[in-house]
Write a protein that binds this ligand. Structure first.
Ligand SMILES: Cc1cc2nc3c(=O)[nH]c(=O)nc-3n(C[C@H](O)[C@H](O)[C@H](O)COP(=O)(O)O)c2cc1C
Length: 177
């Protein structure tokens, strides 16, 4: 699939065929995620793959908008390593880039899946504190690991309509606002 066409045709997929995504294909998709840009090239991401149907079903108890995960082939929780990410906590400044780095990795992951005919849906985790804590308990995540995105995946069993025109030239500001 040509990259630009892939960017325009990726859609969130929430209905899946009863067909597993093989491990080698999952690894190729995660490889693409690991080629994403990251602040200071820290690559602070970790990928937790959930294939267990019970765990997929229980995701909805932790993040209420993931009920369709029960029929997915898998979900990949993209997590940030807070000890590894580019960050600052001194002189009155406190910030880190984990959520941004992991979101970029997640987009690469979704586009790589799309290129292989696999549907995905990005479901949010960080910055919702209850969801972060719920995932921590459900998945045994250590304190320095923050879940950023739950990418639910499977071979599509729906063809969502392409969206209305999203290109809005008025959102582009040339030189000054
Ligand atoms: C930060 C973020 C959080 C999202 N969380 C959810 C979610 O919890 N459940 C869900 O079904 N979709 C979720 N989505 C998917 C959006 O609903 C979807 O991207 C949007 O409707 C546009 O549709 P498209 O992905 O087909 O272009 C999320 C997307 C983003 C970027």
């Amino acid at each position: 699939m040509e990259l630009y066409q892939g960017l325009l045709t990726r859609r969130s997929i929430r209905k899946y065929q009863n067909k597993k995504i093989s491990r080698p294909i999952l690894e190729e998709i995660i490889k693409a995620a690991q080629y994403a840009p990251s602040a200071h090239n820290k690559q602070p991401w970790e990928f937790l793959v959930i294939e267990n149907p019970q765990t997929l079903t229980s995701l909805r108890n932790v993040q209420r908008w993931t009920s369709f995960a029960k029929d997915a082939s898998c979900a990949i929780v993209v997590c940030g390593n807070i000890e590894q990410t580019f960050s600052r906590d001194k002189d009155g400044e406190k910030w880190d880039y984990a959520d941004i780095d992991c979101s970029l990795a997640a987009e690469n992951l979704m586009l790589a899946a799309h290129a292989k005919g696999i549907g995905t849906c990005f479901c949010g985790a960080s910055p919702m504190p209850l969801v972060i804590e719920g995932l921590r308990k459900l998945l045994n995540l250590p304190e320095h690991i923050r879940p950023v995105a739950i990418i639910i995946m499977g071979y599509p069993d729906e063809i969502p309509p392409q969206p209305e025109e999203r290109y809005k030239p008025e959102k582009i500001h040339w030189e000054k606002w």
